[in-house]
Design a protein around this ligand. Structure first.
Ligand code: SF4
Length: 410
């Protein structure tokens, strides 16, 4: 394993979908070497030896701090801030300072795992968490490593101050198979144990079963074992997603592993991903021919069976337009249910567009009169949903499906 430290020029990526979230990758490359890893695909312009050489953005914590300072925030949780605040303690809570809204710091990278082995030595993620805590920012991260437990003290501090969430990717229950497809990540049992410990400490945590590998991870046994494990570990949420294999390195590496794992299913995969879809999606006609499960719907139904939310309850950072984000989240959820679970087609695009529009809206929906609301570019059905949420803080459509109470994290 080659470690290359670099001084990065930039780190932060703002979300094109929502101003309520920023994201970044403190590492490039990943020793975990998952054989299906999308981060290896040429699309991300990563180095060819992605799993053998890890680039460490050694100054990532400074870059985050600089970004937050530039926005006007200050490290109110730090003992000494080197600002006026040290002399005027009443300023500590920041209320009188007219600060911009906070945002969720997301380390959900697909080009690294923030707790891969290099983190033991460099502690970049830990330093980033420290900055987030000092500045009172909520965080959300995704990992396949039990190393996250090292930072439980900080995660608890962040959770107490604002919000901390850890999601674990768990794809294969059988340890032997898991080691073939995720050779250097923590075992599934270790991840579930880490999840259990975090939940016990009051930290928001859940499971991403992504990807569900066709013919291997989509068996009833595998899915039930993971759902059962997640339930026992008190997972707050669970989500399933399919396998994409982008033409190029991503697909090539997966197929090489497959040959060693089970050559007899190689031809099935070849046919399923023979469409060479740019985004790596399998051919839906072939999936039908092989009678493959609908991964989203199956996951949704299992989540109901196990009583785990099939969705990451949204955390809305302090200062954001709460009602707008609640409504956009509700609309996005309605679109998801109609399209992916009910298999309805009509009006889905409109609902999604409205959700995206509201997510970035400057005006506060709650403060608009009925006339102004009517003038928004939404159809009658969407208008009625918005009005219902504003006036009664409820949504019958979601309530009737038990999807309302867990929509927003409280
Ligand atoms: S942990 Fe994530 S980034 Fe790392 S190899 Fe696996 S899929 Fe890729």
């Amino acid at each position: 394993m080659i470690i290359q430290s670099v001084t990065a020029k930039s780190l932060i990526r703002t979300s094109s979908q929502s101003p309520a979230q920023v994201h970044f990758n403190p590492y490039q490359g990943c020793y975990h070497d998952c054989r299906y890893c999308d981060g290896k695909s040429e699309r991300y312009y990563m180095h060819y030896d992605f799993t053998k050489r890890v680039i460490v953005k050694i100054n990532a914590p400074e870059l985050l701090e600089r970004y937050l300072k530039k926005k006007g925030f200050f490290p109110y949780n730090r003992e000494s801030t080197s600002t006026m605040i040290d002399y005027v303690p009443s300023m500590k809570n920041g209320e009188c300072l007219n600060l911009p809204p906070k945002f969720l710091i997301s380390m959900f990278g697909n080009i690294c795992d923030v707790y891969q082995p290099a983190e033991s030595k460099f502690q970049i993620t830990r330093k980033l968490l420290n900055v987030a805590y000092d500045y009172g920012f909520p965080i959300r991260l995704l990992t396949k490593s039990k190393l996250v437990l090292r930072d439980i003290d900080l995660l608890k501090d962040i959770q107490k101050d604002s919000f901390a969430r850890v999601a674990f990717t768990i794809t294969l229950a059988d340890e032997k198979t898991q080691k073939i497809f995720e050779p250097h990540a923590s075992s599934t049992l270790e991840r579930l144990e880490a999840l259990r410990i975090l939940r016990k400490e009051g930290i928001s945590a859940g499971v991403y079963i992504t990807p569900v590998i066709p013919f291997i991870g989509d068996s009833e046994e595998n899915l039930h074992r993971i759902f059962q494990g997640a339930k026992e570990a008190d997972a707050e949420f669970i989500i399933t997603g399919g396998l994409t294999l982008r033409p190029g390195r991503n697909k090539k590496e997966f197929f090489e592993t497959l040959k060693n794992y089970n050559p007899s299913i190689h031809s099935q995969f070849k046919k399923l991903y023979g469409n060479n879809h740019r985004g790596g999606q399998p051919d839906p006609k072939v999936a039908k021919e092989y009678d493959l499960i609908d991964i989203i719907k199956t996951g949704y139904l299992l989540s109901k069976e196990y009583g785990i939310t099939f969705y990451e309850p949204r955390y809305i950072p302090q200062g954001q337009k709460w009602k707008n984000l609640q409504i956009s989240t509700a609309l996005a959820r309605i679109a998801f249910l109609k399209e992916r679970i009910m298999h309805e087609q009509e009006g889905i695009g409109e609902i999604r567009k409205a959700a995206a529009y509201i997510e970035r809206m400057h005006d506060n929906l709650e403060q608009m009169n009925e006339n102004d609301l009517h003038n928004l570019p939404f159809n009658h059905q969407i208008f009625e949903i918005i009005k219902e949420i504003i006036t009664s803080n409820s949504c019958k459509y979601l309530e009737s499906r038990n999807e309302w109470s867990n929509l927003i994290y409280n």
